[in-house]
Write a protein that binds this ligand. Structure first.
Ligand code: IMP
Ligand code: MG
Length: 184
């Protein structure tokens, strides 16, 4: 499904309501391919630990790494700053990972969306304190809020400030499997 067709006809949405498609499948695929090329050029020697943030970055991570033409390794972390609401709690809990040793490694965090920036502000120093020699960030979406001062090296899209769902992004665990990104 692409474009702005009536979302009520998408059986994946069911009887829930979504406002409009913000990034359709083709737009996401093209931008992810470009990001893959940028990352490929940025790390000529590869040997990067690509670290996805669960669960939101799962679809983006899966598509992105298939576009990186370098030797890399994959790992995941789970951090929670949201609970089940739509406004960040500001407090970040680390629930899982990394499981691969980061000592002396270049780590590329793959994040679905930068909102308040709290998750990355907590995750980057955590990885540095674990011994990572370099930590870069690739975020599919960046809301460009004034609180988010963390340096994001690779950005897919400057996103609208509305609450977004789909392509990994959820609202109370719904909508993650949509192949497009929509506003709620
Ligand atoms: P931050 O810590 O406030 O930057 O938010 C980081 C995390 O909150 C993201 O990785 C998402 O998982 C989640 N999040 C932030 N904004 C949205 C949104 O618009 N829709 C769905 N999840 C979001
Ligand atoms: Mg996330």
């Amino acid at each position: 499904m692409s474009g702005n067709g009536p979302l009520t006809r998408d059986p994946r949405v069911g009887d829930r309501s979504i406002r409009s498609i913000v990034y359709d499948e083709d737009t996401i695929r093209d931008r992810v391919a470009e990001l893959g090329r940028e990352i490929t050029e940025a790390y000529p020697d590869g040997d990067v630990l690509v670290l996805g943030t669960l669960k939101g970055a799962c679809l983006f991570m899966a598509d992105l790494v298939r576009r990186i033409a370098r030797p890399v390794q994959l790992d995941f972390v789970a951090a929670s700053s949201y609970g089940s609401g739509t406004v960040s709690s500001g407090k970040v809990d680390f629930l899982y990972g990394p499981t691969v040793d980061v000592v002396g490694r270049t780590v590329l965090i793959v994040e679905d969306i930068v909102d308040s920036g709290a998750t990355l502000e907590a995750l980057v120093p955590r990885l540095v304190s674990m011994g990572a020699s370099r930590v870069d960030i690739c975020a599919l979406l960046h809301k460009r809020l004034p609180t988010a001062t963390v340096d994001v090296r690779f950005v897919g899209f400057d996103a609208p400030k509305s609450f977004l769902v789909g392509y990994g992004l959820d609202h109370a665990e719904d909508f993650r499997h949509l192949p497009y990104i929509a506003s709620l």
